[in-house]
Design a protein around this ligand. Structure first.
Ligand code: MN
Ligand code: MN
Length: 450
């Protein structure tokens, strides 16, 4: 079976389903059809559904089993991948999967998400070979995740009836937090992205001509940047922390069993010091506390050399990652009002436009529910290791969306390792992890039925 699995994954990797490139839409369709044909071989009812957003790849909706006495579990993954080319510095062709002696399979999508799709497929195939499935399975595969899941929400909403009542959602789109301890994910942060546009002169100017005579937009923006955050990472926006959930003892206990070597992490980043010296505090800052990042300034001079320009308009790009129970709209509102009031204090003749250009919700799963209990037991049984409960500082807003629309809880089941290079050169997946995910899924679905 191992050979068959590797071969299946290699075939998936060979179709470059790059959602960021519309010229590759045909390849995405080919990938979707490959998955559809195979799910049909398992006996599933499969629909390729046109994405309701224009110029976006279709969704794959499928159902396997229709027994009202059994639980129905939706499994989510995405069949699109990040762009990749050998010229980017890959050691092998990214779309020709290479199995090396180190026990890893190299190729774009091996970790994210074609490996997880393969693991689930073979888990179900093997369960069916020896009997019935312990639960009804709903498949929900999209082809636009790497391009912000365009059209996902409206298309799923329009096809909600397809699945009937749903009891749980398994998200197969995450990796272990470390390399040796299997992990399950129970949370992501949300995001609010704000632009701060300051306009002064109607065109860029020469600093030798206007310098000293006008208030420069870049000076105003620099002042505003210093009002956002202190050097210890505390966000200075009025009322920002009002709704941040306090940590319970049960939540704090989840940090006891996380595989995290802070010295190795510092080395990996190339930094001498983290904001805190306490590894647990660093994890909490990355997972359960909000943060603010200043990403860049559009319109400002950034090239090499010493150009003496005074930019006429600059646009600062800032985002905050938000956490339970902050609401995206509430934080966007506080952020915008705060920048306006700080700008007023600058008594500037320049014009300010500050607005939120993107908002996404956080996800916080319930680690005491049946999905995590089943995952915990399955991982312990197969790997003989107590799993880590991990969160991510990033944002996958479709998880809270699916929980809401299916009225069912979600879990993230990690498949690959943190070092797999999901969006990077030489993306890979360990064969051991592919087999492990297949076995854990089989056990987990049986546990869920119990
Ligand atoms: Mn992914
Ligand atoms: Mn990805």
């Amino acid at each position: 079976m191992t050979e068959e699995m590797i071969d299946f994954l290699a075939k998936l990797v060979a179709i470059p389903s790059i959602s960021a490139d519309r010229e590759m839409a045909g390849e995405s369709l080919k990938t979707a059809n490959f998955i559809k044909d195979n799910l049909e071989k398992l006996g599933a009812e499969v629909k390729l559904v046109d994405n309701l957003m224009k110029d976006k790849n279709p969704l794959i909706l499928a159902r396997l089993g229709n027994d009202p006495a059994k639980k129905t579990i939706i499994c989510y993954s995405h069949y699109d991948v990040q762009p990749a080319s050998k010229d980017d510095g890959w050691d092998t062709e990214p779309f020709e999967m290479t199995v090396k002696d180190d026990g890893y399979m190299y190729g774009r999508g091996t970790n994210d998400d074609k490996g997880p799709i393969t693991a689930l497929y073979f888990a179900l195939k093997e369960l069916l070979e020896v009997g019935e499935l312990p639960v009804n399975i709903g498949f929900l595969y999209e082809g636009e995740e790497e391009s912000s899941s365009g059209g996902f929400e409206e298309t799923v909403e329009a096809n909600l009836d397809f699945y009937g009542d749903v009891d749980g959602i398994i998200v197969l789109d995450t990796s272990w937090f470390g390399t040796e301890t299997p992990s399950m994910d129970y949370g992501f942060r949300g995001i609010v992205y704000v632009t701060i546009k300051i306009t002064g002169p109607n065109a860029d100017q020469h600093s030798g001509l206007v310098g000293g005579t006008i208030r420069e937009p870049m000076t105003d923006l620099s002042y505003l940047f210093t009002k956002l955050i202190d050097l210890e990472g505390k966000i200075l926006i009025d009322g920002f922390y009002d709704n941040v959930k306090e940590m319970s003892d049960a939540e704090a206990a989840l940090y006891e069993n996380v595989e995290f070597d802070m010295d190795a992490h510092k080395k990996f980043l190339g930094v001498d010091r983290m904001i805190s010296d306490d590894p647990k505090k660093v994890l909490m800052n990355g997972w359960r506390n909000p943060c603010l990042s200043i990403h860049g300034v559009q319109g400002a001079f950034y090239g090499p050399g010493a150009k003496t320009v005074v930019p006429g308009t600059v646009i600062g790009k800032v985002s905050v990652r938000i956490v339970p129970d902050q609401q995206p709209a509430e934080i966007a509102d506080k952020f915008v009002k705060y920048i306006q009031s700080e700008f007023d204090k600058l008594n500037s003749p320049n014009k300010l436009i500050v607005e939120s250009i993107g908002e996404g919700d956080w996800w916080y799963g319930d680690v005491d529910n049946f999905l995590f209990k089943a995952g915990d037991r399955a991982i312990l049984e197969y790997w003989k290791i107590k799993p880590s409960y991990a969160r991510s500082g990033g944002s996958i807003p479709i998880i809270p969306f699916m929980e809401k629309i299916f009225k069912a809880p979600a879990i993230g089941l990690g498949v690959g390792q943190s070092t797999d290079g999901a969006h990077s050169q030489n993306e890979r997946l360990r064969i051991k992890n592919l087999l492990g995910a297949k076995e854990v899924l089989k056990l987990m679905l049986q546990e869920i039925a119990r």
